[in-house]
Design a protein around this ligand. Sequence first.
Ligand SMILES: Cc1cc2nc3c(=O)[nH]c(=O)nc-3n(C[C@H](O)[C@H](O)[C@H](O)COP(=O)(O)OP(=O)(O)OC[C@H]3O[C@@H](n4cnc5c(N)ncnc54)[C@H](O)[C@@H]3O)c2cc1C
Length: 466
Amino acid sequence: MTDTIGSRVDSAFTSELAAAFRGQLVRPGDPTYEEHRRVWNGSIDRRPGLIARCAGVADVMDAVRLAGQAGARVAVRSGGHSFPGLSTCDDGLVIDLSLMKGIRVDPEARTARVQAGVLLGDMDRETQAFGLAVPAGIVTHTGVAGLTLGGGIGWLTRKLGLTIDQLLSVDLVTAHGELVKASENENADLFWGVRGAGGNFGIVTDFEFRLNPVGPTVLAGPIFWPMDESPNLLRFYRDWIKEAPDDLMTIVIHRKAPPLPFVPQELHGKPIAGVVCCYSGPIDEGERLLKPLRAFGTPVLDLCVPKPFVQHQAMFDPSFPRGLWYYFRACDVPELTDNIIDITYDHASQMKSPLTAFPIWQTGGASGRVPEDATAFNGRNAGYTFNINSTTESAEGFDEEKAWVRSFWSALAPYQTGVYMNFLMEEGENRVRQAYGDAKYERLKALKRKYDAGNFFQLNQNIRPD
Ligand SMILES: Cc1cc2nc3c(=O)[nH]c(=O)nc-3n(C[C@H](O)[C@H](O)[C@H](O)COP(=O)(O)OP(=O)(O)OC[C@H]3O[C@@H](n4cnc5c(N)ncnc54)[C@H](O)[C@@H]3O)c2cc1C
């Protein structure tokens, strides 16, 4: 079926699926169609022929089997946060898992079973009730499923590794509509592939994670300086961070100060650069560790204080709301060299939109000590991950922001070593190959031939079987 998707979902297909479906089928014209066809990125405007909101595994199996027989174009959606909108499509079938929100924490065994429709904030709520956590991402409304299947980086990456480093097993519906389990002991090749290569091999309906103690209080939040301090700040930061323990994770942010209640009014709209910290060890040690950072120059805003981990997890939520127009380009660089710092400042200071904020992620720590070939994820010791994001309210000004992103990314191109798959737009096969590196890409192709030779699951960062 490679490259032949695109057939419309017709009424006969819908009737057949409806016969035993336990969830909700949403068609064009239905009162909730507009709500359910929308994804997080407002610039994506697609109209699926049918949205199958699955209530359980049986619904997913039926939807896959019937779509396979009909040759229907299929998109798979959990949290709907794919930057390029890969979890929706025009005309075809969206297999939507967002109703599948079961979470079961076993505090004794320190494990959690999490269904595919769960969002990060739901998972933290349940695990933090027992002082436990899965290392995941930094915005609470992101889907656990897509984030995990790409790798998963966030505030606990250096302490506990990537999200996949705490993944024990998955239940997965294959392209033939069969349910299989994958773990280190069962279908180990598939388990290797799902830890980094997204939805290429099937639909994961259930994740089993190992839990670790975290917080519940962490020392966390941003410290900001005027943006024209950025070149000096980044030079200081790259040296300071070299000796940082795994308990400290940092993300550098450049943006215009948002008009949020905790930001003094005189700063609103002013260009600022900051280091956002999350120290998840003993608070007094964290305070000692952060002293040199706080002492650098004259911060204009210091919001780094002891707070509940779940509160810190929600810190970026107001910066990335659903429905705005977003465009991204990303790359990894090994070091913050003088050149890279100068490029960063040069482009950050040309930022136009008051909504744009771009993170530079520190990597390494526990995630960097897992052997590179243990999972499909690539670039564990990348150094820094640039996630150049631009945001506008609507189409107005969007093309200018996209041009800014592209010019920034092109300036960094000579220094980039790779890219995190979950931060790719639709950039073509070579970029997907670059995300995995040649050797892993070939291994993933062989796995794709074994589990999805017809490329049924192709609306993703696709690994072609041929
Ligand atoms: C606001 C925001 C914040 C983010 N923060 C982080 C972060 O902190 N760390 C990080 O690592 N990444 C982050 N990301 C990137 C994020 O990991 C990816 O966008 C991820 O794909 C989102 O998962 P989802 O389930 O919400 O997406 P969806 O759009 O539902 O799916 C994304 C992709 O995964 C596939 N997929 C989804 N569910 C399944 C499933 N159950 N089985 C098989 N395939 C499936 C889809 O087909 C699609 O190709 C962020 C993204 C956004 C928009």
